[in-house]
Every structure is written in C-alpha cells, then in structure tokens.
Design a protein. Sequence first.
Length: 285
Amino acid sequence: MVAFNEVTQVKQGEQALRQLAGELEQRVADRTEQLQCEIRERMRAEEEARQRHAELAHVHRVYTAGELATALAHELNQPLAAIGSFAEASLRRLQRGVVAKEFLADNLRQIGAQAERAAAVIRELRAFLAKNNSVRSASDVNVLVRTACTLVESGLRGQGVRIDLDLAPSLPPVMAERIHIEHVLVNLLRNGAEAIRDAAMQDGRIVVRTRHDGDALVRVTVEDSGPGLDAEGTKRVFEPFYTTKAQGLGMGLCISRTVIESHGGKIWAQAGTGGIFHFTLPLAR
Ligand SMILES: Nc1ncnc2c1ncn2[C@@H]1O[C@H](COP(=O)(O)OP(=O)(O)OP(=O)(O)O)[C@@H](O)[C@H]1O
Ligand SMILES: [Mg+2]
C-alpha cells in the first residue's frame, strides 16, 4: 500500500512539474512576444519623430526664406546691375562707332554669366520653397501640444527642466496646419528652456495650458519659471532678428507670429516674473 502511494505521489509530482514547465514556457513566449512588440513600437515612434524633425526644419526654412526676402532681393540686384552696366558700355561704344569685336564679345559673355548667376539664385529659392505640401485640417490642440513636448523633451533631459501639461479636456478642434503649429510650440518651449538655462536657474519648469477661450477660440499658454520679460521686452521679442542670445538668430518668435496670424489667431507675450506667451487659434467650423 505504502509503495503504491509513493508511486502515485511521484507521478502526481511529475505531472505538476510538467504543468509548471509548460506554464513557464508559455510565459517566456508571451513575454518575448510582448518585448518584440515594444521594440517594434519604439522603432516606429523614433522613425516618426525623425520624420517630424525633418518636417519642422523644413517649415523653419520656408518661413525664414519669407523673412529673408530682402537679402534675396539684394542677391538678385547685383547681377542685374552688372548686366545693365555691361549692356550700357557696349551700347556707348557702338554709338561712337569705335567698337572692337573682341570687346563686344567679352561684354556679351559677361552679360550671359551674370544672367546665369541671377537664374541660379531664383532656382535655389524655388527648390527651397518647393516641398510645402502641408494642408489645414481639423486638429486637436492637445494632441499638437503633446507631440511638440515629445519633440523637445529629449533635448531637455539633463538640463533639469520639466514640462507640465494642464490641458482642458474635450477641446473643440481648430483648423490648423498641424506641423506649423507644432513648430510654434517647439519654438516657445525651446525659448522657455533657454531662458531658464541662461539664467542658471535650478529646477526649471515649463507649463503648457490649453483653454477654450470665448465662443470661437482655443488659447494656448506656455509659461516658464525663467526671469521673464519687462513691458518693453514683450513688444520687441517679435521683431525679426531681435535676440539676446549668443547663438540666437532672433527669428523664432517672428516666424511664430507669421504662422499664428496666417491661421487667423494672435500671439503675444505677457510681462512679469517667468516668461509667459499666449496664442489663440480659431475653432474649425
Ligand atoms: N521665455 C522667454 N523668457 C525670456 N525671454 C524670452 C523668452 N522667449 C524669448 N525671449 C527673448 O526674445 C528673444 C527673441 O526670441 P526668438 O525665439 O525670436 O529668437 P532667439 O530664441 O533669440 O533665436 P532663434 O531664432 O534661434 O529662436 C530672445 O533672444 C529672448 O531675449
Ligand atoms: Mg527662439
């Protein structure tokens, strides 16, 4: 009887062990599958972020080109002026009746070269502006805010700057060129982080707030714990090339204003302790 019981117990033990081994194997397989899924998801997110960075850089180039139209006009002015003076010199010689063939040929070659230079400037500008294929669509501002934060957060790691979100739930959609508005948000977030860094402040904090503003607007506020701006500063910061940074171009806020106003919204800075920037966007109908 005793021997029989022992054999039964051993068999039961073996069966329980086999069952455990099976379960363990299943768990390892499930976890491996889950990890593979997570890796695939992360790679996809990284690829998306890379693409978004490229698109944002493009938007920045396009707006900068707009603001730099004066510089381009200057570039074109030089070859055009040169063409004018070569043509005039040739004409004067012709009118006086003393014209060496070689002189005329040389002047015509110079005119051709200068015209080619002007054409190259125009070609470059057109190539520069060509890839502008974004379209306006009904967008959730909170989603745009989250995307912009994800884009700058990797750059803020190690700088001791934290971003907190205070987003109004169920905001009505706005009509927006998604990437352009994300570009504005990235500019504001970077400025906030740079203000905190330049003032060597500890435990920096940026808060992004979204609110339904009146009947027809959504308002976004980006507030940082940096030194902020005085009344004079709040006006000047939107001027092109206004910068207080060694590496700054002074175009970020000027471009942001162009973007927001082209959407029918407004952007402004508020004086006080801590940088405070607001912008509004009209609701999609
Ligand atoms: N959050 C802020 N707090 C304090 N000052 C700010 C803040 N944001 C902008 N400024 C001031 O406004 C100026 C203009 O900002 P803007 O973003 O247009 O240019 P930038 O940051 O200097 O250069 P970039 O063209 O690279 O963005 C800044 O140089 C800074 O003096
Ligand atoms: Mg800036």
